[in-house]
Design a protein around this ligand. Structure first.
Ligand SMILES: *Cc1c(COP(=O)(O)O)cnc(C)c1O
Length: 574
């Protein structure tokens, strides 16, 4: 095989389809959308991830809204093709054999990008090691190090076993894959030892690392300091074995205070580092002032997220939009009436699904707000309910409101689970006044229905913690305007009253600048009451113009096609 010059994209999670349960949220969906656009653009890319046989988890919510988790087992052999080559590595001094499964992502013109899933569930492996590739973000710290070793070290070895030699660049989607740096450095060192005439000491040096750096690209995805993996050196040494004393000299270099910080490992050894929106790039630069942090704003794969009625309209009116996302600017030539009509079709589909799942009948004419994303605390899913009386009053005056919520909390995230429970409590309080549904087990298919079927996409993160956010971009593809805090991508995407609306002023918040919860809630209520609801109810023509601009100005730009062309020129082939 001609395996030269590939971009190897390493990611702990990836959202390829509803039935491949290897994603938890935005990071994985972004990976999936990136690969879909890479296939569309014909980029020589190969993707490495873990199999996650039991998925992230299937969310169950009891009547009170308390979340429990079940394994999300998926039919692997039906979806993926088992590959023959194997590779080996070491974990805790034991030999570990890895198997690879392949999935091909097909692009618009037939080019396909292979995604390699690493699997440790082989008879030859020790019982406990067979479970390493079972659960995405599951288990304890030791389990996480095992997984990251398989991804980073095993991933590099598997690529060469599969015939990918001379990889052009390694792109780390978040720090989880940073152990690949050690494997690459060791590989360069080994080549040097083999060539030496004199006996050499078998240690990896800074010179070897200098060879790694031009090959690596690192994209960081969160400004939350706790979101960066840190492991004790002792624990890493116990798990990541097989290198002898090769890294002894470098340990102090990367592990101040005997901690291995995966973000620093990646920052220090990547020639290009970026955040995922302009604002996030700036915040990251403040966090890591020693490094040069760039930014490439995230996007979504337009054709994946356009609901069928919208896609049909685009097919008719903007031929070629799937291979040329920029042409969505011509949505301005589509009549507002047509935009409104296809949106109503998408809304009807959502309403049908809500009825099927919950028994609740939403009304097609009532203004409907959507909020769906991981139930992480900083996303403040309950900000809309800061003052319930005020919300009810607004709905009473403004001609009713309906709310569609969804999202999973990480199994160990108690505040996140508490947030979901609280929204269920609020659902009861609002009974007879505002219809609120919380849909169980948020995933790709549900995201498609909600982002297309509501009238307004709400996002209320605590700034500056939303690195990018992508669900609002999916809404934009479907002509659904965002109403959001100016953080992440919305600081770029918001043109007030034209593509959607901001909540509060642009505070350009710095980390740790504290809560603005009450202020943000007031700003939210005021604009909802005075601007958005009146426009929707009394001036549908103006509202559909905002919808149209969210397609023409935002979907045409905040897509993974534009994003990847930036990665190509700034990082991949520079
Ligand atoms: C897009 C998406 C996300 C990310 O949503 P954000 O608003 O960017 O946090 C999470 N989960 C699923 C299933 C998605 O489709």
């Amino acid at each position: 095989m001609d395996g030269k010059d590939y971009i190897a994209y390493f990611t702990m999670e990836i959202g390829l389809s509803e039935d491949i349960k290897t994603y938890s949220g935005g990071l994985g969906i972004l990976a999936g959308d990136t690969v879909r656009s890479a296939a569309d653009l014909g980029i020589r890319m190969v993707v490495v991830t873990l199999l996650h046989r039991k998925g992230y988890f299937r969310q169950r919510l009891d009547a009170s809204g308390w979340q429990t988790e079940e394994d999300a087992i998926w039919p692997i052999a039906d979806q993926l093709e088992e590959m023959e080559p194997r590779c080996t590595m070491e974990i805790e001094g034991r030999r570990l054999q890895l198997r690879a499964w392949k999935y091909e992502v097909k692009g618009v013109s037939g080019y396909s990008v292979p995604v390699i899933f690493l699997d440790t569930d082989l008879e030859q492996n020790a019982e406990q090691d067979r479970a390493i590739t079972d659960h995405l973000y599951g288990g304890d710290v030791r389990y996480r190090i095992c997984q990251e070793a398989v991804l980073g070290v095993g991933g590099v070895r598997m690529l060469s076993a599969l015939g990918y030699n001379d990889i052009k660049r390694y792109h780390m989607n978040e720090g989880h894959a940073a152990l690949l740096i050690l494997e690459l450095a060791h590989e360069f060192a080994r080549q040097a030892w083999d060539l030496a005439y004199e006996p050499v000491s078998h240690t990896v040096t800074m010179e070897h690392l200098q060879l790694v750096k031009p090959k690596c690209i690192f994209t960081t995805h969160t400004p939350v300091p706790a979101g960066h993996d840190k492991f004790s050196v002792e624990q890493v040494r116990q798990v990541v074995t097989g290198y002898g004393e090769a890294f002894a000299e470098l340990e102090h270099e990367f592990c101040p205070k005997n901690v291995l910080n995966m973000t620093y490992l990646a920052l220090e050894n990547s020639y290009y580092v970026n955040g995922v929106a302009k604002r996030h790039g700036e915040v990251t630069q403040q966090l890591f002032s020693k490094y040069d942090i760039h930014s490439i704003t995230n996007g979504v794969h337009t054709a994946t997220w356009a609901a069928p009625p919208i896609a049909r309209l685009f097919d008719e009116r903007i031929p070629g939009w799937r291979e040329d996302n920029q042409s969505l600017r011509y949505a301005l030539n589509i009549s507002k009436r047509d935009i409104w009509a296809v949106h109503r079709q998408a809304k009807d589909i959502l309403i049908g699904k809500v009825k099927e799942l919950t028994g609740v009948s939403l009304a097609p004419d009532v203004f409907t707000i959507g909020f769906a994303r991981r139930a992480a605390e900083y996303k403040r899913a309950d900000l809309l309910f800061q003052d319930i009386d005020r919300l009810v009053e607004i709905a009473g005056k403004g001609g009713a409101l309906q709310l569609v919520y969804a999202g999973k909390a990480h199994p160990q995230d108690m505040p996140g689970k508490e947030l979901i429970r609280r929204i269920h409590e609020i659902k009861e309080i609002l009974k007879g006044k505002i219809k609120l549904v919380y849909l169980e087990d948020y995933g790709i298919e549900m995201a498609k229905l909600i982002t297309a079927g509501v009238d307004l996409w709400l996002n209320t993160p605590q700034p500056p913690l939303e690195a990018s956010g992508t669900s609002g971009m999916k809404a934009a593809v479907n002509g659904v305007p965002s109403f959001s805090i100016l953080d992440g991508w919305w600081a770029e995407g918001c043109i007030e009253g034209v593509t959607g609306w901001s909540i509060g002023a642009d505070k350009n918040a710095v980390l740790g600048s504290g809560e603005t919860r009450e202020e943000d809630a007031q700003a939210l209520y005021n604009k909802l009451e005075m601007v958005i609801l009146p426009m929707f109810n009394n001036e549908p023509d103006r509202y559909s113009d905002v919808m149209r601009h969210s397609i023409a100005l935002n979907a045409s730009f905040f897509n993974t096609e534009r994003m990847l062309t930036q990665y190509i020129s700034k990082a991949y082939y520079r």
